[in-house]
Design a protein around this ligand. Sequence first.
Ligand code: DAH
Length: 349
Amino acid sequence: MDIKQQIIELRTQALEELSRADTLAELEEWRVRYLGKKSRLTEILRGLATLSIEERKEAGAVSNSFKQEIEEAYRQKEKLRRIDTLGSSSSKETIDISLPGRPFARGHLHPVAQALNEIVAIFTAMGFQVLEGPEVEWDYYNFDMLNMPKEHPARAATDTFWLDAPPNEKGWQMLLRTHTSPMQVRTMEKSKPPIRIVVPGIVHRYEATDATHLSMFSQIEGLAVDEGICMADLKGTLHEFARRFFGPDRRVRFRCDFFPYVEPGAEMAVECAVCHGGGCRLCGGAGWIEVLGSGMVHPRVLEGVGIDPKKYSGFAFGMGIERIPLLKYGIEDIRLFYGNDLRFLRQFR
Ligand code: DAH
């Protein structure tokens, strides 16, 4: 039988068998038999070598169109079979398209991030610009320029994570910043008054972790420098912040405090959310909870960055972020924020 004839017969056979192949296994078997490397067609084409050029051409053309035809037939069959499986309930491989979908687990911002965003929004609305600074810092910015000379107790190794790196050519040592205040210096070095900035960021302290302390936590720093800025500006700004964040009925209290980089220095406390000043477990019986340190920028700090303290003055503040939602919701252990317990975190959706 000549090759052309053989192929024509193969075609009839292939299409007929294809129409009978229904299951996935049968279809695959068919594919190997007719389209695979060791297919019947390959076998037949071995005979080509014995033919003349003319005959070979003809047989080649027939073989090509045969291949195209059965490939297409196979594809159609495949497609039909898939649609069939989807729609029929009797077939074994079914997908029930009437089943309800699985809901996505929707995430949300961490309570500390939520508080931070809210705080930043309040200050930007008051005209403060938002900046960020490095977590790995020089002692020069973290201490020296903030009026904390080498022998100052805040520099003791027990409070600071020092980096195991040699000092730079100016003798500056690397550390993990213990507060966001170094950004006051970095900003004043680069820009002239008027300055109004807030700096959110992570800080580190060499401290044991307990219900009220973390060795890594977040702060937000604030700084305003201009001509004629006075203590009333500080009080007004921070009072307004507290009013917007904690609500208009919450009282705030300023008391003297000491920080080397301000003079005078003050702490601001907010009336306890739970007892409203009466004293309870959350506020440790005090009725008030301290939320930030602040003060008028020390003249020595201004001088250090080349700002004339006779012409300019400023106020600064620094607030711990984790304490804020702690206060707002009456949470008793600060470690809950970073335990990644979803039962805790989901309450802040
Ligand atoms: N840096 C202080 C701290 O970490 C907070 C602070 C106090 C920041 C007074 C200030 C300030 O800017 O004026 O506890």
